[in-house]
Design a protein around this ligand. Sequence first.
Ligand code: UDP
Length: 333
Amino acid sequence: MILVLGGAGYIGSHAVKMLIERGESVIVVDNLETGHAAAVHPNAKFYNVDIRNEEELDEVFMENRIESVIHFSANSLVGESVSEPIKYFDNNVFGAINLLKIMRKYEVKKIVFSSTAAVYGEPKQVPILETSETVPTSPYGASKLMMEQIFKWADLAHGIKFVSLRYFNVAGADASGEIGEAHGVETHLIPLVLQVPLGQREFITVFGTDYPTKDGTCIRDYVHVTDLIEAHIKALEYLRLDHNSEIFNLGSGDGFSVMEIIEVARKVTGHPIPVKLSERRPGDPSVLIASSEKAHKLLNWTPQKNSVETIIGDAWKWHNAHPNGYKSNKGAE
Ligand code: UDP
């Protein structure tokens, strides 16, 4: 059985669906702080448990024969982490320590977990390699880097093998249109842009037009959530073959500016999508582009849906069909 922590969240719910479709038995643990019960696949066994609760997490391991863990449970907003650092270290770092204690107790030796491009901070070179310097500029990035270090030492001492996946900008939705991104307070560019054609927002604010890029707006590497999950499944297979612990970047390897994303969204939705130019958002590096060569070589991972038209098209399919996310009533946030 595979234990998916955070399986009710945006990325975790996609993992659960794909694992079940491939015949795996899946247990989901989620505290539903930001996740949605409705996003959890009906064939997964669900526990409403916070990973920081040692007793309750212990029960999950006691009741089930867990072979491996995929860990998505985390707070993940750069801006919020700057104002609420303790919340981030508590959930992300303390949560991971708690999990490791229990994995050690039950001798579960394989884990794939989410890390982030935010561990790099402002990159000195692009594309970014896994060996590039890690100087996080936010508590969120710092918390993920700490997690990687804790897992490294736990591997050396206790043989718990891990794959850490450093995500770039994850977007899009499952092609079925049944699950997708639905945050209480949305801060990410693509879902925010799509709120304009949905009639929930009049314009999209562009944060910063004076970056040293072709059109002055930030450049990011967008990776489709389905491709991202494929990498997790390959990472799990990698660990099942008794390989060593590894860290991989996950991105498409292409950079798109904020303006380019808005332009593609106009084409996909057929809506004019007005923009309002604004100041830079604190903490945003100008360019983040991944080298995913290592994942390509070691995991045999090649993103299939790396056109931003497909990424935004699949996100649009989800948002258009579920303008209020998982809420059945009106009143979208
Ligand atoms: N962005 C923007 N307007 C918004 C939200 C985001 O211009 O309303 C920009 C943001 O400054 C960054 C890019 O879009 O350059 C991607 O931001 P997002 O929050 O989606 O992801 P991040 O790169 O912070 O993980």
